[in-house]
Design a protein around this ligand. Sequence first.
Ligand SMILES: [Zn+2]
Length: 841
Amino acid sequence: MQKSISLSLLLLFSIVYLQAQKPKTPSSLHIYESIQKLNFLGSVLYIAAHPDDENTRLISYMANQEKARTAYLSLTRGDGGQNLIGPEIRELLGVIRTQELLAARRIDGGEQLFTRANDFGYSKHPDETLEIWDKNQVLSDVVLAIRKFKPDVIINRFDHRTPGSTHGHHTSSAMLSFEAFDLSGDRNAYPNLAEEFGVWQPKRLFFNTGWWFYGSQENFEKADKTNLVSLDIGTYYPLKGLSNNEIASLASSQHLCQGFGRLAQRGSQEEYIEFLKGEPLTENKDVFAGIDTSWNRVKGGKAVGDILYNVEKNFNFKNPSQHLPQLLEAYKLILSINDEHWKTQKIKELKSIIEMCAGLYLEASAETNWGTPNEIINLSIEVLKRSDVAASLLSLKNSNSKVIEKNLILQNNVKYDFKETLEVDDDAKPTTPYWLTNKGSLGMYQVDNKSLIGLPETPRTYQVDFNLLINNVPITVTKEIVQRYSKPDKGELYRPFEIITEASAKITEKVIIFNTDNQRDISVVVKAGRDNLEGHVKIAHPKDWKVFPEKQKVEIKNKGEEQTLVFTVVPPKSQSEGFITPMVDIGGKIYNKELIEIAYEHIPFQTVSLPSESKLVRLDIKKKGENIAYIQGAGDVVPESLQQIGYNVRILSLEEINTETLSRFDAVVVGIRAYNTLDELKFKQQQLFDFVASGGNMIVQYNTSYRLTVENLAPYNLKLSRDRVTDEKAEVRFLNPEHELLNTPNKITHKDFEGWTQERGLYFPEDWSDEFTPILSMNDKGETPKDGSILVAKYGKGYYIYTALSFFREFPEGISGAYRLFANMLSIGKENLKLEDKLND
Ligand SMILES: [Zn+2]
């Protein structure tokens, strides 16, 4: 009895990583490769900073060629990146990128680990990075990953010796790995972790180098390669019909939100890793030299090896179930091994192989993908065994209920269906990414439950145990509950089964700008997690703001349905900011979270529960001009933001850009990276300049200096650089305090640069002709002043303005100063004060 309990705990641990995607039905080939991996007792940990930093060629090589257990430790989840496939940014982007990493690992055969470090945006130097991250905490998490995963070999993606040459997160990841390599084996370092997971000394540390780290291929050819190991990562796997680099391309193409979809590569390709420290390389330069990667490595492993090597050698591709007696024998032997690490890992692998060899298909599908506390969910359970092995289903067990006895002998290829129920616990916690449950700092997620640190995702609450007897050996297979359903245009689909609250609410706009003291209506959308939801909604708001009515009734008949309630918000007379939160009261229980759904085809469906709040901003802002044309580049919410402060904004397609259409607007604003992403925009440049010449204003937001599609970004000479000011608090100096841009219609002061987020700006121009007037100067610590953040030039009757300031980041955060400054840029040279602005004067 004792044994079966510890066994099912073990299982729970091993299964939680699985995703509720369509289950893979394994072929003999997959089983064979799993046995090869089972028989290799060595491991590799690859370390870098972000999703997409990882070299999938090397991860795939270690996992598929060497057969090593391989993991990628990404220090962050990539919240600071940009999303090319949808509206999610920041923490929600981190959720997508986490899932993209998991999708990549399902292809290249690796596992995925994280730390609590938050990707706070671009950082120039590891000194800055390690100040914003809590260095001690991140280092502790790297040590934790090493002590838990117990890698023989660690490979860093980046060079720890070259701070300042790449993103500060990159160098930091290498520096922390370099430090953790020694600390992990030291019992005095992080003693609590040592107590819980033991200490572990990896054998060797490498740096995944390449010619680009040497400046050129020529330099690299000349370089001393004594400490370099070269690996042919183009090796071909006939069993898969794919070469290693093809697998790697498929894996990295999962990073779709970063635009990593790419062509497959084939053919021999050298990859280099540089030995940094640990046990010196031997003459044959085998990364695992001196490490026994056979079953002899484990005490009591020899007997296991004798059985399993034989299975591998004589593997029967036509009927893998023939090996079950030996596999079950080995299974029993491994259970009696004393080494917990190897026992846990190898039992997990072997159990999956036994399941595959027996041709088992086990599934627990809920009628819905959501449950709420106290709800009873109907489950369809499918049990199928497709082989001649003697097997019976003893019982089923839900995570929270008692054992349901079955005692059923399973016939070959006969499907058994059961209808069971799952009662969701009263105190079941909603499914949400664990690292987002608490408010973290700029650089760190705050995770209270220490056992979750490092896990790629939150373990799901509900599973079903299938207690089986295979050839008289008791084996428990645990499956997460899923929802299996179909759509006529998509076929069969799977979703994870998740727990949500009975009510959630959101305000449709995240930032609500009031450019006058006129009241405005806001929509609150309440969503029911169960049938017959009844209660009322109030709005929590700052004291100097008013919201009415004070409360409204909510009544929703069906689970999943929404009801929209309209409240009226009255701003104060003068500039003010604050947050509002809808409070849904259901029988005395208050719900103030928003349920966010993330649905993309390349990753499993995600639900995220976040505090529901919207920012209110009463702006003291004046503006001239009314009609704005917007040309979307890589995508930003600047048009919506300008609408919020009262402009009429129309998004123009490339075809619509002509003199006739443009003449209807006071200004044209070009979205971020438009000259990097729109090839045809270059054909419209002259018409845009003509528009300026005839009195229009043109504002161009940041573009990157490489892959510009135009030669003449501006009507005068203007050259971009890679300069950026990443410190969002960097001092802003006024180069031309009397300039119209800083004075009309809004008087800009240093207060307008307070509260900025993530950075000041990026890809500042470094060289411009005399027609341009620079307005502001700023720089990061220890750097020379950068004067190109706003450059304005009169051209004909209008103005051309280039701005590298990150308005696209500041607007969604409701930063008043950013709005006031942008209004001045749009207003320059314009006379027609709007009536309401005159009234405000
Ligand atoms: Zn990176």
